[in-house]
Design a protein around this ligand. Structure first.
Ligand code: 4NP
Length: 158
């Protein structure tokens, strides 16, 4: 069986591509590429078709993640038929997704950081209009959450 995971933010050029790249690396390290599918999307359509933000690519590359092949796309209703986990970066993304989701969606729709309640933040702050530190914080938060998400999926599904 395959478990498909979709990360969602606003633009799909900063936070969700970071989560996509980090989680993909964790899945590969665990040898679970055939069992776990990974993708990301944005609620907005401004950046569709573009690579991640250059600051996002550079910050991730310094930690060994290659985000350069990723291209932004907009989340749609069809994603709820493909993905078992739809994980939002912030509450605004989650509200958007709740409006889009079929009423009978049986997968997990929630906030990524709810997998790491001990970090004390429920939202991954949007780094787009801030400085370099914001991109490092996204990486820090997502690295922690990716580990716990993988633990959760392994326990629940494999
Ligand atoms: P993301 O960051 O949602 O983490 O990809 C943003 C990227 C672009 C914009 C906002 C947030 N924007 O307004 O264009």
């Amino acid at each position: 069986m395959t478990v498909n995971v979709l990360f969602v933010c606003l633009g799909n050029i900063c936070r969700s591509p970071t989560a996509d790249g980090i989680f993909r690396e964790r899945v590969a390290s665990a040898g679970l590429q055939q069992q776990i599918g990974v993708d990301s999307a944005g609620t907005g359509d401004w950046h569709v078709g573009r690579a991640p933000d250059s600051r996002t690519i550079a910050a991730a590359a310094r930690r060994g993640y290659d985000l350069s092949p990723l291209r932004a796309r907009q989340v749609g209703e069809a994603d709820f038929h493909e993905f078992d986990y739809v994980l939002a970066m912030d509450k605004s993304n989650l509200s958007h997704l709740r409006r889009l989701a079929p009423t009978n969606y049986a997968g997990h729709l929630g906030l990524l950081l709810d997998f790491v309640p001990h970090v004390g933040l429920r939202e991954v702050p949007d780094p787009y209009y801030g400085g370099a530190q914001g991109f490092e914080q996204v990486l820090d938060l997502v690295e922690l959450a990716a580990d716990e998400l993988l633990n959760h999926i392994r326990q629940k599904h494999f």
